[in-house]
Design a protein around this ligand. Structure first.
Ligand SMILES: [Zn+2]
Length: 220
């Protein structure tokens, strides 16, 4: 479904899947293609919005847990898009992708990387995507801030009424709290997490942050 301008949202469809976000521009960008088992239905939903796989040129991830990057390789084959990683994601690849999957007793969702994104700003048409490193849930977590559109695509850093877990390899509660505090300074009307519902409206985003601070931080 369309959220704002060229930004589309495809909700998670089941276990070990995640919310996917797509920017329909030049290049088209897919953020977190999710679980390969759900790729057909995800692509069908994109088609309904007039987005074909070949319209997507770049695959990026909020972090490399398998529920977010499991379909990187399958979507790449389907679309011809290239997988781009941030340096912090490349650095932590073994810990997050391989050790993380082993902890669950599942095969790592490995994929081939096409290039590194050294620039903290990525463009899709006239939309600017700023990268904000946000460690805590995982050491390689980044958020994508569309400053102009007041959008924050935040992966598993913060959810509706919760935060991401910190007990997976490289997780760190203090880092997560610091990351969330830094994000709270941004002007956000669309908080777009990697799981469960999205939070829309500046007031609701602020209330969500207050809730998390008062009710979740103490348990991390
Ligand atoms: Zn995760």
């Amino acid at each position: 479904m369309k959220l704002i301008n060229n930004l589309y949202f495809y909700p998670e469809q089941g276990m070990l899947d995640c919310n996917t976000y797509v920017l329909k521009g030049m290049p088209g960008i897919i953020i977190d293609p999710g679980n390969p088992d759900y790729l057909d239905t995800r692509v069908a939903a994109m088609n309904q919005d007039g987005i074909k796989p070949e319209d997507i040129g770049v695959i990026i991830n909020t972090h490399l847990h398998i529920d977010h990057c499991g379909a990187n390789e399958a979507f790449k084959k389907l679309s011809g898009a290239r997988v781009a990683l941030y340096p912090v994601q490349k650095k932590n690849y073994q810990l997050v992708v391989v050790d993380g999957a082993r902890l669950f007793g599942i095969e790592p969702g490995e994929f081939t990387v096409d290039y590194l994104l050294e620039d903290p700003i990525l463009k899709s048409g006239n939309i600017k995507i700023e990268i904000i490193p946000s460690p805590g849930h995982s050491p390689d977590s980044v958020c994508f801030h569309l400053r102009q559109e007041k959008v924050l695509i935040c992966g598993d850093v913060i959810f509706e009424m919760n935060t991401g877990r910190v007990d997976l390899p490289g997780g760190n509660a203090d880092d997560l709290k610091n990351s969330i505090e830094a994000l709270s300074k941004l002007d956000v009307e669309y908080l777009l997490p990697g799981h469960m519902s999205i939070v829309t409206g500046a007031e609701k985003v602020k209330q969500n942050l207050e809730f998390v601070r008062s009710n979740v931080f103490q348990w991390l």
